[in-house]
Ligand binder design. Structure first.
Ligand code: URA
Length: 234
């Protein structure tokens, strides 16, 4: 039997192993019990597969009326993920979330707390534009939330920001009021993992009700504090 070097430096340990005439071969590398970080390619492949599943959805009123799927935008390795409601007209034309008026306000809100839009990852609860921009129906929210949870699990962010009542409903349930839930950190569990989550008003709502912007500003400051606390550089 050939005895190999072991990665412990402790002479006593080596001597003990010699005495008991070990048969084990020790690896030079330490054991890594923490799950390896997925590679960029890994994440890209999983996102592609998820997008295909959404494109293959059948019997869906949203898909029937939309011109294309609106999947996501931004940095797929970001530690911040934002969830909106669903694409509007502009998003449906371009194929990216938050590119219309609500998107412009979102960009300004992020900038106010020193976050560049292209450094974060953005998606919506539903990936097809609802007819006449109506709110997605409860059954549609439930159907698409399966994809959304998979999406979150692939991106695996440190911070999840739910914008508006549809995003809140998809992940926290339908019996909540956004005016009560906003601005507080919550834990959302997806595939046995906890995601630090905050609910805040949707930018489209703020465009309709500018007097609510002060609450949104409070929420943005809470988000900034958490990023600093967690040492998240963005
Ligand atoms: N509103 C949303 O919720 N998502 C978009 O992508 C655009 C507007």
């Amino acid at each position: 039997m050939i005895k190999k070097h072991i990665n412990q430096n402790d002479i006593l340990n080596k001597e003990l192993l010699n005495i008991i005439d070990y048969n084990y071969i020790f690896d030079e590398k330490p054991i890594n019990r923490i799950k390896a970080k997925p590679t960029l390619e890994n994440i890209q492949n999983k996102l592609k597969a998820l997008k295909t599943r959404i494109e293959e959805i059948v019997s869906c009123e949203l898909k029937k009326n939309a011109s294309k799927v609106v999947f996501s935008d931004g940095n797929i390795q970001s530690q911040i993920m934002i969830i909106g409601e669903g694409p509007g007209q502009k998003e449906d034309e371009i194929g990216k979330p938050f590119v219309g008026d609500a998107g412009n306000l979102l960009n300004k809100m992020l900038k106010a707390i020193n976050i560049e839009r292209d450094k974060i990852y953005i998606t919506n609860v539903v990936n097809y534009r609802p007819p006449n921009n109506r709110k997605p129906e409860p059954n549609e929210i439930i159907r698409y939330s399966q994809f959304l949870k998979e999406h979150i699990s692939i991106i695996d962010p440190k911070i999840l920001i739910l914008m508006g009542s549809t995003a809140m409903e998809a992940l926290l349930g339908s019996n909540k009021k956004i005016s009560k839930e906003r601005g507080q950190w919550k834990e959302v569990i997806i595939k046995q993992k906890n995601y630090r989550t905050i609910v805040t008003f949707h930018p489209a709502y703020l465009l309709r009700k500018p007097e609510q912007k002060k609450y949104s500003w409070d929420d943005l400051k809470i988000i900034r504090e958490e990023l600093d606390k967690q040492g998240i550089k963005i």
